[in-house]
Ligand binder design. Structure first.
Ligand SMILES: Cc1ncc(COP(=O)(O)O)c(C=O)c1O
Ligand SMILES: [Zn+2]
Length: 380
């Protein structure tokens, strides 16, 4: 059978379809086999809502996940807090606190959904690249999946401590060069019997990332608030594409009647997406990869994001959002302001600094509520 469907479910109709060509034929990572495009899952409308005391987001939003069998899910993701961090001229700034997850970043959700999908698809060994946080999350999650093993390519610039506890289930290859080079190696050195994990194109990763937004929208709604603006730090932009799906599927957003604007945040010193978006707005369509990505927020140093950019730009544009960049001093100021209140890593601080920048530029005028994804805690 070439078409991969969520099997083993009764009464649900999850459909996996390429957003580019409509094909339902996917490879093992969930990428379109016909055109190499992005495959998304579509679900019947649900009323799934987070309740206080819920202990596993995968269970709460089970109807919005493409996994066939509950028994393949061996990692419970305890919902993380959404807090009212501050108010800017009366605009509530809600923060989603992902730093409290087991390895300190939102990546734990991604692997909690991608691992069961891999098992269901018969993968035994997978290969991927990482700026560090995804590697740490897989190293941790693989313990629950002893039948799986992995090889990860990581730039030698990434300190080994970023990669989590060493495990015989995960081979680490240090790459001379940046994250782009690590990605190239991970694809070109695939051996027989190994599956490419797919990165941005991995359906499980995106569906896992979506859970943070489903939770946050429900939490804000329960607190009587409303989110009309979302800000997240981007490397590949997977998180923002996931936010778009969450907005489309969230019962809370349905009651608000309007999907939030989605904003992608980068650091000025490595902001190829911001520049490409501005170029597109001015009609030149220039796309320039950052040859030597540098900056405080190491987890989002991706110099060439152009395999995913169009999907990310579409999510931003269709939501009437956009792209923001912030300088090192703005990032440092955000850290200084809030690091005692919330677990705040440098990449999360890029998003938070962007909220302040948008406020100063007048982009939050009239907003009823901003949700900023604090995707990682200290060191993440
Ligand atoms: C803490 C943190 N925030 C944000 C991101 C952005 O990732 P993406 O744009 O690929 O969703 C990453 C990616 O590694 C990350 O580790
Ligand atoms: Zn396709």
């Amino acid at each position: 059978m070439s078409t991969i469907e969520a099997q083993g479910r009764t009464g649900t109709a999850v459909r996996l379809v390429c957003v580019d060509c409509g094909s339902t034929d996917q490879d093992l990572s969930g990428r379109c086999r016909a055109c190499n495009g992005l495959v998304d899952a579509t679900y019947p409308q649900t009323t799934a809502v987070l309740q206080p005391g819920d202990a596993d987001a995968l269970e709460t939003y089970w109807e919005l996940l493409p996994i066939g069998d509950r028994a393949s899910c061996r990692i419970a993701i305890e919902p993380t807090p959404t807090i009212l961090l501050t108010e800017l001229d009366g605009v509530p700034i809600w923060a989603k606190m992902e730093g409290v997850l087991p390895t300190g970043s939102t990546k734990d959700r991604l692997i909690a959904v991608s691992l069961p999908l891999m098992v269901e698809r018969g993968i035994e060994r997978f290969v991927f690249s990482s700026t560090g946080n995804t590697a740490a999350a897989y190293a941790w999650g693989l313990q629950r999946y002893p039948e799986l093993s992995a090889r990860v390519y990581v730039s030698e610039d990434v300190p080994v401590a970023q990669l989590g506890d060493p495990t015989p289930q995960m081979e680490i290859v240090r790459v001379q060069g940046d994250y782009v080079e690590a990605g190239n190696r991970s694809r070109s050195e695939l051996r027989p019997g190994e599956a490419s994990e797919g990165g941005f194109f991995n359906l499980g990763r995106r569906e896992g990332a979506k859970l943070a937004y489903l939770e946050a929208f429900d939490d804000v709604a329960r607190a009587g608030g409303r989110v009309d603006t979302v800000v997240q730090a981007v490397a590949s932009g997977l998180g923002i594409v996931a936010a778009a799906r969450a907005a489309g599927q969230s019962a809370a957003v349905r009651t608000w009647g309007r999907s939030p604007r989605l904003f992608c945040a980068q650091q000025t010193s490595c902001s190829p997406m911001v520049k490409a978006y501005r170029a597109a707005l001015s009609g030149t369509n220039d796309r320039v990869a950052e040859k030597e990505p540098a900056g405080l927020a190491a987890a989002i140093l991706l110099g060439d994001p152009f395999s995913s950019f169009d999907y990310v730009a579409r999510a931003a544009r269709e939501s009437e959002g956009g792209f923001v960049d912030v300088t090192s001093s703005e990032i440092a100021a955000a850290l200084q302001r809030h690091r005692r209140e919330v677990p705040l890593g440098d990449s999360a601080a890029v998003a938070l600094a962007s909220v302040y920048r948008m406020w100063e530029q007048g982009d939050l005028r009239g907003s009823e509520g901003v949700l900023v994804a604090l995707t990682g805690g200290p060191g993440r």
